[in-house]
Ligand binder design. Structure first.
Ligand code: PHE
Length: 451
């Protein structure tokens, strides 16, 4: 007999784990820097529309697929549409997980380094811009922390769903949340902070070109962990009685709220300390330390804060690795330990190219696309995954649910076999079938200059 599949223990565990996957470096590191590069307020409005108008429907589609099929990202399509090529959607997802985790662990490694340097009292009191760039451009330390982070991720994934993934997220997420509120309050009360608040909330639509709109879509997918099978994989561990609609909306709401909180923490500080909002991937690392410098016990809080970010990153990285591991375990009958070890090693190798993008591999770059600065290997992986693979995966997922699975079967899963009827579900299905595919395709093709 087949071994019983693991499951999350209940609704709270599910929300914690799924929100744990969603909330991570995407909110705290990526959201502020992408917002900064795309002009602030107007970008956020588009982002908000995409999170709820497209992200939530894609998330629900993934939940329908995963919970119905009770299998990994590729196996789910094979089960629901046997003898067809739909499983390729899952393959795109596994590939995207691989690539995202590669550069994700670079940034998580930076965060680990900040924990370390705050602990050894070397962080506060520097010129943070120079400090960060010197660190990022070096080799040994970033590579070391990158590996440490991947080892931690693999260790948790080996422990499995309930014992590993669920246990950590439930406790640590609320603490991070509290910390961010404190920091945001400190940041908005800094002298000169109001410029930053204005930047966030006063929309300037002149900055909003097709590239920016695609960036907002990519950021919505990235931050919600949708478009690549993470939610398919996680919801295959959901119980049949869980209400999918409520889970999706609370996860998206939490995720959006935390991104805004991160913005409130970063931008007032950016303006108060005279930095440039479009400083790129280093933005958070160059600004947050200066907020701590303005606080009593700043060094102590810096340690805890960066530690919490590491943990938020871990609850996301384990969901990325789980996509790959669940696939190998279920489709190739590999042992969990071996599946995890081999995929983690392969990802670490690819990730090394990301981590050493600005040093050993700095020759690999694309210059000046669309007036932007050079794109290094790191940026290429991020762009490929977030702005190409996730929208592509997302559009195929909604097409699969809307057109292949069909209304009856989809709504049956979404309403727990008709138990939770609501008119809203028909609207969700309409969006999934018509609006989301058209909107995603349009934003994607415009963003990459095809139309
Ligand atoms: N959503 C995570 C974050 O915001 C990153 C992630 C992307 C995780 C895709 C899983 C899948 O940090």
């Amino acid at each position: 007999m087949e071994q019983k599949r693991e499951q999350f223990s209940g609704a709270l565990g599910i929300i914690a784990a799924t929100a744990g996957s969603a909330v991570g470096l995407g909110n705290i590191w990526r959201f502020p820097y992408v917002t900064g590069e795309n002009g602030g307020g107007a970008f956020i409005i588009v982002y908000l529309i995409f999170v709820f108008g497209i992200g939530v429907p894609v998330m629900l589609s993934e939940m329908i697929i995963g919970r119905k099929a009770q299998a990994n990202a590729i196996g789910s399509f094979k089960k629901l549409a046997p003898k067809s090529s739909w499983w390729i959607i899952g393959l795109i997802g596994v590939l995207a997980s691989f690539i995202i985790l590669a550069f994700y662990s670079t940034v998580a490694g930076w965060t680990l380094h900040y924990v370390y340097s705050a602990t050894t009292q070397n962080l506060l009191g520097q010129d943070y811009g120079t400090y960060f760039i010197n660190f990022k451009d070096s080799t040994a330390m970033p590579a070391f922390w990158h590996i440490v982070f991947m080892v931690l991720t693999a260790a948790i994934v080996i422990a499995g769903v309930q014992k590993g993934i669920e246990k950590y997220t439930k406790v640590l997420m609320p603490i991070l949340f509290l910390f961010m509120i404190i920091l945001a309050v400190r940041a908005v009360t800094l002298p000169g902070a109001s410029e930053g608040v204005k930047f966030l909330f006063k929309p300037d639509f002149s900055k909003l070109d097709a590239n920016a709109i695609l960036a907002a879509l990519g950021q919505a997918f990235f931050s919600l962990s949708v478009g690549m099978g993470t939610i398919i994989t996680y919801s295959s561990y959901f119980k049949k009685k869980e209400k999918l609609g409520g889970i999706a909306v609370s996860v998206a709401g939490t995720d959006f709220f935390i991104a805004i909180l991160a913005g409130l923490m970063i931008f007032p500080a950016v303006f108060a300390f005279g930095m440039a909002p479009d400083s790129g991937p280093g933005l958070v690392f160059m600004t947050i330390p200066s907020i701590f410098e303005q606080m009593p016990l700043g060094n102590f809080f810096a340690i805890i804060f960066f530690l919490l970010i590491v943990i938020a990153a871990l609850t996301s990285s384990i969901s990325l690795l789980e996509v790959v591991v669940a696939y190998f375990v279920e489709e190739f009958k590999m042992k969990r330990v071996w599946a995890t070890a081999t995929s983690a090693i392969a990802i670490t190798v690819l990730g090394m190219f990301c981590t050493l993008s600005w040093s050993t591999f700095k020759a690999i770059k694309i210059d000046n696309i669309a007036g932007n600065e050079s794109m290094f290997f790191f940026d290429m992986m991020d762009f490929l995954a977030s702005n190409i693979l996730l929208p592509l995966g997302g559009v195929l997922i909604v097409i699969f649910v809307g057109w292949k699975l069909g209304k009856a079967r989809s709504l049956n899963e979404l309403t727990n076999e008709g138990l939770h009827k609501s008119k809203l579900y028909s609207l969700v299905f309409f969006i999934v079938k018509y609006i989301a595919p058209i909107a995603i395709m349009f934003v994607f093709l415009k963003g990459v200059n095809v139309i």
